[in-house]
Design a protein around this ligand. Structure first.
Ligand code: ADP
Ligand code: MG
Length: 341
């Protein structure tokens, strides 16, 4: 199937919290196309988050294990074009027959059906035929079915029959893993420090992340190993909006104290006053989350405490975030300020 991109596989689709459900649903569908309740499987999410990659991965996996299955990947735009051409050349029957013979239909970017009523109608009938015959449908879109404007209600209701799984923006850890995987695939050597810098600063979507990496490598006449952090910062200044300075424990301390209006030196003192303890615990929690400092050095910084105090503080803050909405809001506010620095 020339429509399937062989480079988009499960093997190189890095798993993270952002895509776990979608990935495992995709895997289940690939193992038993048409034979699960995930029909259609609807993958949705913003641009560059891996919808097309995952859709191809499912197709490729099916071709690998069930080579007799007829798998077709088509973008909504291409389908529309084919439909228009078929109308023009009077061979709509061939078009219908072609689509009705498919075992696994992957339709990418269905939000582009918006406003195209005739094409939607047509797809609706193909959808029904395939679904009734136990064939698998995999659909991607930039929004959840309930938020897709401009699509006919009856088509949307079909999209809700199976499973909708979203792809979210990957967290730092996953962004690192994606970069490392890419580096490994391409056989490139790049220092860990630089990888971390890129993953830290490019956090919109995976496509940009890869773009930054490609740009970095393209600009470099050096041996890749020799790209150091300063050079990387220099090269990526068009990608990184406001090149962030390192977050320090001092800075966290000052933000937290300012936010709760407590005197800055109190955080390091021995006082057990409730509001001070709270500021101290949040500071430790944020220091752990946003600096590379060890538990030991965090404890040391916040008034010569030991690492178990830091662990306890982080645990307390995490529990409160889970149980206390107001508290969660405080931490989110401070975190937002931290990230704007
Ligand atoms: P979308 O279709 O959602 O706009 P794509 O599937 O085109 O996004 O993904 C954009 C790029 O990011 C592709 O090169 C894809 O291989 C890569 N990508 C996205 N998610 C992952 C992931 N989890 N692991 C590895 N690469 C990914
Ligand atoms: Mg896409």
């Amino acid at each position: 199937d020339p429509q399937l991109n062989r480079n988009y596989t499960f093997e190189n689709f890095v798993e993270g919290d952002c895509n776990r459900l979608a990935r495992s649903a995709g895997y289940a569908v690939a193992a038993k196309p048409g034979g699960t309740s995930f029909n259609p499987l609807m993958l949705y999410g913003g641009v560059g988050l891996g919808k097309t990659h995952l859709a191809h991965a499912i197709g490729n996996e099916i071709k690998k294990t069930l080579p007799d299955k007829l798998v077709l990947y088509v973008s909504c735009e291409k389908f529309t074009q084919q439909f228009v051409d078929a109308l023009k050349h009077n061979n709509i029957n061939d078009f219908v027959n072609f689509y009705q013979a498919i075992d696994v239909l992957i339709m990418d970017d269905v939000h582009n059906f918006a406003g195209k009523e005739k094409t939607q109608d047509f797809f609706f009938h193909i959808f029904n035929h395939l679904h009734q015959s136990g064939k698998q449908l995999i659909i991607t879109s930039d929004k959840a079915p309930k938020d897709l404007a401009g699509l006919e209600e009856r088509l949307l209701s079909r999209f809700k029959w199976g499973l909708s799984a979203d792809l979210q923006v990957p967290d730092l850890e996953t962004r690192m893993a994606i970069l490392k995987n890419k580096i490994y695939q391409d056989g490139i050597e790049l220092s860990n420090e630089v990888v971390e810098y890129v993953a830290h600063n490019i956090d919109n979507n995976v496509r940009e992340l890869e773009g930054a990496m490609v740009s970095l490598l393209a600009q470099s006449t050096l041996n890749r190993k020799d790209i150091d952090l300063n050079l990387a910062k220099q090269m990526l200044k068009n990608f990184v909006k406001n090149s962030t300075k390192e977050i320090s424990m001092e800075y966290i301390q000052s933000l937290v104290c300012e936010y709760f209006e407590v005197p800055i030196e109190m955080v390091k003192s021995q006082t057990r006053k409730r509001e001070i303890v709270q500021a101290r615990q949040i500071s430790m929690y944020l220091a752990k989350a946003h600096t590379k400092s060890s538990l030991k050095s965090i404890g040391h910084f916040f008034g010569g405490r030991d690492h178990s105090t830091v662990i306890y503080a982080c645990q307390t803050v995490e529990d409160l975030i889970d149980t206390d909405k107001k508290f969660k809001g405080y931490v989110a506010d401070i975190q937002k300020k931290l990230k704007m620095s």
